[in-house]
Design a binder for this molecule. Structure first.
Ligand code: SF4
Length: 360
């Protein structure tokens, strides 16, 4: 099997958008997942990785209120909040002491009350109290918003946050590249092209990024393929994407669901096809393709790591974005390692930049 994959990889080099759509639509499920798994094994090493990380949602106030979002609130909502830099640093320090976290994933919204000093103070305090913890936070959308709010160029914004301690961008807000889709699911967000422009400026200033893809709403297969080809093209030029994270849309408590545009979650078959196709299109241009267990559920994530994904993101202690859509599972490093072993794969702990810390 592994020897036949050489021929298939050569054939894939000739594929264009239409070929991938056909592959996605017409290949029997088992064959598509097997192909993705063989490519992963051939090109991406033996480990399935994750990190030990903490999610901190420092504010839920956001001016955009996207139709996909169950997390954000308006400023005057009774449950709107903003954590102080001191309290964020305290939460990170406690998680560092209790769980030995390697990373904090900072998640917020477009909060008009935040100046650069807020983030600088937060990052500096985190680095003082938990110096080994990497700070992953802000999306390209947030960088573009705050650069406008703070009247700085994107480059100045990125460099200022980097110099205060921001290690990498989280990869959110890419959603689906296609503008027609974006107009429905995230009408106020920067365009897909602008996302890549901010990501390019991050690359030029030594700030790595992740890239996401939100699927399972109104998109069609050609939107998925278009998105993947854009990510691959960017990666071939920069190599700056650490992980590609396909996120299954969870409609509960979102405007898309309330308005009836999206009635249900997509099927497991569709989710697995999307993740397999992600690997088949990206191959090893982005070595890490993640199965985000929070959005997929642990059982589907376990199948996904045998179907093109080679990463489970992280323990995501304290995650709240998907929790607001009713996803309430939690996990531990030991459980993720066991899930990987049960799937017949070798678990390994990684850092934020994809480097193996230790096999488990
Ligand atoms: S998805 Fe992000 S930008 Fe959109 S409303 Fe939610 S927090 Fe704000």
């Amino acid at each position: 099997m592994l020897s036949q994959i050489e021929d298939m990889l050569k054939e894939l080099e000739t594929y264009r958008l239409e070929d991938y759509i056909n592959l996605f639509l017409e290949t029997p499920l088992h064959d598509l997942l097997l192909l993705a798994d063989l490519i992963t094994r051939k090109l991406c090493g033996k480990y399935v990785t994750f990190t030990v990380n903490l999610a901190v949602n420092y504010t839920n106030i956001c001016t955009l209120r996207c139709p996909i979002c169950a997390f954000s609130r308006s400023r005057d909502d009774s449950d709107a909040y903003l954590l102080s830099p001191e309290s964020v640093a305290k939460i990170v320090e406690e998680a560092y002491r209790s769980y030995g976290i390697l990373e904090v994933h900072l998640n917020g919204g477009l909060n008009p009350d935040l100046g650069p000093e807020y983030f600088e103070k937060m990052f500096r305090l985190i680095k003082q109290r938990a110096p080994k913890v990497k700070i992953k936070g802000l999306t390209c959308c947030e960088i573009a918003y705050y650069s406008r709010l703070w009247k700085m160029s994107i480059r100045e914004t990125v460099c200022r946050l980097r110099d205060a301690g921001l290690d990498m961008l989280s990869g959110g807000c890419l959603e689906m590249y296609n503008e027609d889709v974006r107009k429905v699911i995230t009408p106020g967000k920067i365009s897909g092209e602008d996302w890549f422009n901010v990501a390019r400026i991050c690359y030029e200033n030594q700030v790595p990024v992740n890239a996401t893809m939100l699927f399972g709403h109104i998109e069609k297969p050609h939107h998925v393929v278009e998105h993947l080809l854009k990510v691959r093209d960017f990666q071939e030029k920069t190599g700056n994407i650490v992980a590609f994270i396909p996120l299954k849309f969870s409609p509960t408590n979102t405007q898309l669901h309330r308005s009836g545009i999206v009635k249900n979650e997509c099927s497991t078959e569709y989710a697995l096809r999307v993740i397999a196709l992600s690997r088949i299109v990206l191959r090893d241009s982005v070595r890490i393709v993640s199965a985000y267990w929070v959005s997929l559920g642990k059982n589907v994530a376990q199948i996904a790591i045998c179907s093109g994904a080679n990463d489970l993101v992280g323990t995501m202690i304290n995650e709240k974005v998907f929790m607001n859509t009713g996803k309430r599972e939690t996990t531990t490093a030991e459980e993720l390692a066991a899930l990987i072993r049960e799937a017949g794969k070798q678990p390994a702990l990684r850092d934020s930049f994809g480097c193996i810390v230790r096999a488990m």
